[in-house]
Design a protein around this ligand. Structure first.
Ligand code: ADP
Length: 500
């Protein structure tokens, strides 16, 4: 193993190195974020937005942060420099040859390069099927985090995100526990979505050289399978999820996905910290991806955005006078697409138009295509992942629909507030935490009729232009920037290190 020497990075050593590090500051944490996504390099959803924007917010509190993600096929290495060459990672007797690159960012972003594992079309799978070796891919990834901590970025806290990183605390507290490098190192495990658990056959325990003792219900076993998510839940020093409401909900049988007991067992170290958003990227006053900029003080640009969106989606020109409903979503069971399918005709009958952007389960993609075909000129859908179009929908729509079955935090409703696009949401998780009666429309029961009731209320309100603009402006003035949330993370780091 050989770290490529670099004048700006420590080049090997042990935990003692941290304490002698010239930049060491006792009030400040050195945190390695380990994540399978980070915007803008790799994104399928909100996780990427969080890991892409939280580090710079933390830096303003003095914390020193680095990020590790896999180098997927879609990530260009141009501009990145190789900082660790010929890294051999062993899972049992099987060896994986990797190297680590550092992207040119304001803080270290490390890319684990191991082409046989990550240089593929998808992050987690293709054509709706998970890669069969995902357990190996994210075990090698977890091991690489230890190399980064040992040799590239003296780490005090591994901040791990979602099931893909559950093996970091699991390895740390079991097989690697004797490695003195990590004796005082802490782990924080953030659950962005309990619905994705990283479940593998029991044989994965041996494949990834885990301590067989973890395979028990109060460890990583989940009804006969190995759960990477439980690795995080059982072995991390502290847990959090991405909104206070979701932190409560996941401890109930209704939204606990079978893990509510495991989570309740760790309730003393489980908290909820609402996601912040990056207003440098999501701000109608400066957004370069929308046809016209606008602000709460001058909303005229929003009409330009609406007109342009109507044209882009090929809706009838009369849509300009109707409330235009926007949707940007992963098309998944979680997001409540079935409710939209159930009452789409009645929503349109309220004299609305609807545009949707999303990708995901074939069932929901087909449903949206069917509804669009049934109401040409009124409903239009784009299947795919298109960041520019996501911004144009936020800017051009009047209403934003998020009827989620559950929602850990949700970012789109927060973006919508800033874009003056009034959210209509189901009152669950982060949606309930962020939308108030005077900034949006909420419904409680998970049913098409309840959704329709909220849409009707919104359409009614839309007809009173002056009151509507007041509501838009109120939402636009809300501040969900990282400031408060990053302060909460920073305080949590301090607590973990016994400094708070
Ligand atoms: P989740 O993480 O559950 O998908 P969030 O609302 O927290 O939901 O975050 C979704 C993020 O992904 C937002 O930034 C949203 O704009 C983006 N997004 C989701 N689907 C698409 C898509 N099809 N095209 C572009 N961006 C998308």
């Amino acid at each position: 193993m050989s770290p490529v020497s670099s004048s700006t990075q420590p080049s090997g050593g042990s935990h003692g190195l941290h304490l002698q590090d010239a930049c060491y500051n006792p009030g400040v944490a050195r945190v390695l974020m380990v994540s399978s996504e980070a915007a803008p390099l790799a994104k399928t959803g909100g996780l990427a937005d969080v890991v892409g924007s939280l580090p710079s917010a933390l830096r303003s509190f003095g914390d020193e942060v680095a990020v590790l993600i896999p180098r997927y096929g879609s990530i260009e290495l141009k501009g990145a420099r190789r900082v660790y060459d010929k890294l051999a990672i062993y899972l049992g007797a099987v060896r994986y040859d990797a190297s680590i690159y550092q992207a040119a960012e304001e803080y270290p972003v490390y890319l684990l390069d191991c082409p046989p594992l990550y240089d593929r079309k998808g992050f987690y799978g293709e054509a709706g099927l998970d890669y069969p070796d995902n357990h190996i891919r994210f075990a090698v990834f977890a091991r690489a985090a230890f190399t980064v901590a040992r040799s590239l970025f003296a780490t005090e806290i591994f901040h791990c995100h979602d099931w893909q990183t559950g093996l970091v605390p699991a390895y740390l507290r079991t097989a690697s526990a004797i490695d003195p490098t990590f004796l005082g190192v802490k782990t924080l495990f953030t659950i962005h979505n309990l619905g994705y658990q990283g479940l593998f056959p029991k044989s994965a325990v041996a494949d990834v050289a885990l301590d067989p003792g973890v395979f028990r219900p109060d460890g990583m076993e989940f009804y006969g399978r190995l759960s990477y998510l439980k690795g995080g839940i059982a072995f991390a020093d502290f847990l959090n999820t991405v909104s206070p409401a979701y932190a409560r909900e996941i401890q109930t049988p209704e939204l606990g996905f079978g893990l509510d007991g495991a989570l309740r067992a760790r309730a003393d170290v489980l908290t909820g910290i609402l996601n912040g958003v990056d207003y440098r990227e999501w701000n109608p006053e400066t957004d370069p991806l929308i046809p016209a900029n606008y602000s709460a003080g001058d909303l005229s640009g929003k009409q330009v955005c609406k007109r342009s969106l109507i044209e882009e989606f090929g809706l009838a020109p009369e849509a300009m006078g109707r409330p235009l409903i926007g949707i940007v979503s992963r098309f998944a069971h979680q997001k409540g697409a079935d409710l939209i399918g159930e009452v789409a005709g009645q929503i349109v009958a309220e004299d609305t138009s609807l545009v949707a952007l999303g990708t995901g389960d074939a069932e929901y993609e087909d449903m949206f295509r069917r509804v669009a075909a049934e109401f040409p000129g009124r409903v239009a859908v784009r299947i795919g992942f298109d960041n520019g179009l996501a911004h144009r929908i936020e800017a051009g729509a009047d209403l934003f629909l998020m009827p989620s079955r559950y929602e850990p935090s949700g970012l789109n409703q927060i973006y919508s507030l800033r874009y003056g696009t009034v959210p209509v949401v189901r009152a669950t998780g982060g949606l309930d935490d962020t939308i108030e009666e005077d900034t949006g429309f909420k419904f409680a029961e998970y049913s098409g009729q309840a959704l329709l009731g909220a849409v009707r209320a919104a359409v009614g309100a839309f007809s009173d232009g002056e009151a509507w603009r007041r509501m838009m402006r109120l939402g636009m003035g809300k501040d969900f920037s990282w400031k408060a949330s990053a302060a909460a993370y920073s305080a949590l780091y301090g607590r973990l290190l016994g400094r708070a």
